[in-house]
Design a protein around this ligand. Structure first.
Ligand code: Q46
Ligand code: ZN
Ligand code: ZN
Length: 331
């Protein structure tokens, strides 16, 4: 039986690119220290900061919340989780259930935002009314709601669960399409724009998808194994993922090299053109007139719903004693 290279206990994982076997405890420590190094090296989150972690009920966001909650005690920052109920039938019910169990197990405050309850429509209805594919509407809605929540809760950063595989595949795809502006968005963090957008950080940037999955299993985290019924299998992405995995097999550590190099050079890529402005309806970030969320909800529901979402989070922040005063209430 293989033994842990650190303590000699029975091993549960082999890290090929380090040629090390690890036991359960040293494996959890290995993933946590990867995230901690990313946080410190890139100054993602500092002492006293307030971080909003977006959770979906899936494995990556479970790992994200668990690791952040552990590191929050070590580094001294505060974490609150946000779950968005998208109204996608049974899938949303189950993922809400998993997110609630996760947050309670980790003892992290959780805000559940229910799209249908607040807007009167979930993703299926919004997609139908706006005649757009569900995933395209969903991605836009999630980005908007997360940012609106972050602005109203007064957090310093939003943490997303993107892992090294996500970044490597998307980087390669954007390169093949010569979409250099898309690559410019794949850094470890984006900066905040006061009053309109809160910066996003990717603490799992150097963590492989496989590593994140094993972490959530070994740490006993609740997460949903099912996929959303609308999930789109884009053939090119599937093939690129296979290719990256084959290359990783031949050259262990290749994904890590890819994301490390990208993190260093991401500033060299051209940023999307267009001015940064405010949406005239909701006041949040928009590059051109009314923001996509207000536009789509105006078309589908008869009025722009950005202000409604902002107001919902403003009230929630007050009820929970978050907003300006939550630093002291959580410490
Ligand atoms: S939740 Fe939403 Fe995903 Fe479902 S509708 Fe598509 S984008 S697949 S991560
Ligand atoms: Zn060990
Ligand atoms: Zn708007």
């Amino acid at each position: 039986m293989a033994r842990c290279s650190v303590c000699g206990a029975p091993a549960v994982a082999y890290i090929r690119y380090q040629r090390r076997y690890l036991c359960r405890d040293h494996y959890l420590e290995f993933v946590e220290s990867k995230v901690e190094r990313a946080i410190l090296r890139h100054r993602l989150v500092g002492k006293g900061d307030r971080v909003l972690a977006a959770v979906s009920g899936g494995k990556d966001s479970s790992t994200l919340l668990a690791v952040l909650s552990r590191l929050s005690r070590r580094i001294g920052f505060h974490v609150v989780a946000l779950y968005i109920h998208l109204g996608i039938y049974e899938y949303s019910e189950k993922s809400r259930e998993a997110s609630i169990r996760l947050a309670s197990q980790l003892n992290v405050p959780l805000i559940v935002f229910d799209l249908k309850e607040v807007l009167g429509a979930g993703i299926p209805e919004l997609a139908k009314a706006s005649r757009r594919p569900p995933c395209s509407v969903c991605g836009m809605v999630k980005r908007y709601v997360i940012n609106a929540a972050a602005v109203e809760l007064g957090v310093d950063a939003v943490a997303l669960g993107h892992n090294a595989d996500d970044i490597a595949v998307y980087n390669l795809k954007s390169f093949l399409n010569q979409d250099l502006e898309a690559i410019s968005k794949l850094g470890v963090k984006t900066e905040s724009i006061p009053g309109v957008a809160v910066g996003r950080v990717r603490p799992l940037y150097y963590v492989y998808e496989k590593e994140s999955f094993l972490y959530s299993l070994l740490a006993g985290l609740p997460f949903l194994h099912e996929e959303c019924p609308f999930v789109e299998r884009r053939q090119m992405e599937v093939e690129l993922k296979e290719t990256v995995n084959q290359l990783e097999y031949k050259r262990p550590g290749l994904k890590l090299q890819m994301v490390s190099k990208l993190a260093k050079r991401v500033e060299d890529y051209p940023k999307p053109k267009g001015s940064i402005g405010r949406c005239p309806s909701c006041g949040l970030l928009s590059s051109c007139g009314e923001c996509s969320f207000c536009r789509v909800t105006r078309r589908a529901l008869g009025r722009p719903m950005g202000p409604v979402v902002r107001e919902w989070f403003r009230r929630r922040a007050q009820e929970l004693g978050l907003g300006a005063s939550w630093r002291s209430s959580l410490s």
